[in-house]
Design a protein around this ligand. Structure first.
Ligand code: HEC
Length: 324
């Protein structure tokens, strides 16, 4: 299972949270600067710096871990995701902790209006969402009135705007991930990768089922049951060109002693699997190795039956293969 998407979303939220914490820290600093009491000021700032340092350290050590991997495309594992989730939770707690400190400080020391002017948090919120506090609503009250109903000229709600900015941030991460740093696979690459994986799985399945006989490992099957299965497949697929008894037509006569490509099981297997140049197509996509092995064995068993009205001999003479 790939954790790419979750991982990079967590990375994005880490970045956003760190940015948020830095803004909060700046706001707290601004509030503290505006008052006289220096000693308390220093203590709070020190705690803040220590906390920020700790969280940054823990998150960078995590990234360093990921960087050690030799694979150029970083493939996050469950442990990375869990670790990053933990870091995110710590950051989130830190953020809310800062926010509560900030709120307390504002209430304690300065008039709300002044704090708003100074603190970056309020400034950013104001610039990005253009929200108007309830106390200031008179400013955006429109001058019409119908039956006592009045209207505010509100901007879009802040939660909506934040959502919108999140999509912008996401777009940059997406762009970087897929197009700039090329750490992610685009559709075609992803498709090819899954096809490769599927191919490996199919091969494993065939191996497990003993189906992937190929031209190197194939041996002649002599059991009557295998030959009759081969005959069934032959009847379903080959008679249109080689005729019902193998006497040939468009395709070569399979019942005489003359073969274009040899009558050894390996040769016949290859002819069926890969086809031959004059109108015999490849059957690799239609059958698995075991099936081709059965058909090939059946075809070889036809030699010497010299079906009536057979096609004229083609190729060279080969001794009949013994089925004993
Ligand atoms: C579309 C017609 C067509 C079909 C269907 C077809 N063949 Fe053929 N087959 C040919 C032709 C044509 C040749 C001769 C190829 C050449 O001369 O290079 C041939 C050649 C062969 C040969 C080589 C014979 C030799 O003398 O060495 C074998 C074996 C064979 N076919 C088996 C099969 C089997 C098994 C099937 C069914 C799975 C099959 N063929 C389906 C047209 C067909």
């Amino acid at each position: 299972m790939s954790y790419q998407i979750i991982f990079w979303m967590l990375v994005a939220s880490t970045v956003i949270l760190i940015a948020g914490i830095m803004v909060m820290a700046g706001s707290i600093q601004a509030v503290l600067k505006s008052k006289k009491n220096k000693s308390k000021d220093n203590k709070v700032i020190k705690t803040i710096l220590a906390l920020v340092g700790m969280t940054l350290l823990s998150s960078t050590s995590l990234f360093a871990q990921g960087g050690e991997q030799e694979n150029p495309v970083f493939n996050p594992e469950l442990s990375d995701v869990l670790g990053l989730t933990l870091v995110n939770m710590i950051l989130l707690l830190t953020f809310f902790y800062f926010k509560s400190i900030f709120n307390n400080l504002v209430q304690e020391y300065i008039p709300v209006s002044e704090a708003k002017e100074r603190s970056p948090w309020f400034k950013i919120n104001k610039v990005l969402t253009d929200a108007v506090e309830i106390e200031d609503e008179a400013v955006i009250m429109m001058d019409h009135e119908y039956d006592g109903i009045r209207e505010l000229d509100n901007n879009l709600p802040p939660w909506w705007k934040w959502g919108f900015f999140a999509t912008i941030v996401f777009a940059f991460i997406y762009l970087g991930h897929y197009h700039v740093f090329k750490t992610g696979d685009l559709q075609i690459a992803e498709y090819n990768k899954s096809m490769e994986i599927a191919k490996i799985e199919v091969d494993e399945y065939k191996k497990a089922q003993n189906l992937n006989v190929d031209e190197n490992s194939v041996v002649l099957l002599t059991e009557a049951s295998d030959l009759s299965e081969g005959k069934k497949l032959y009847t379903q697929n080959c008679v249109s060109c080689h005729s019902a008894q193998g006497e040939g037509g468009i395709g070569a006569n399979l019942t005489d002693d003359f073969w274009l490509y040899g009558n050894d099981i390996k040769n016949v297997f290859s002819t069926i699997k890969y086809g031959a140049k004059n109108g015999m197509r490849s059957w690799d996509d239609d059958f698995n190795g075991l099936q081709i092995q059965k058909i090939a064995s059946y075809v070889i068993s036809l030699q010497g039956t010299d079906a009536p009205a057979g096609k004229e001999a083609e190729g060279e003479f080969y001794e009949k293969i013994s089925f004993e």
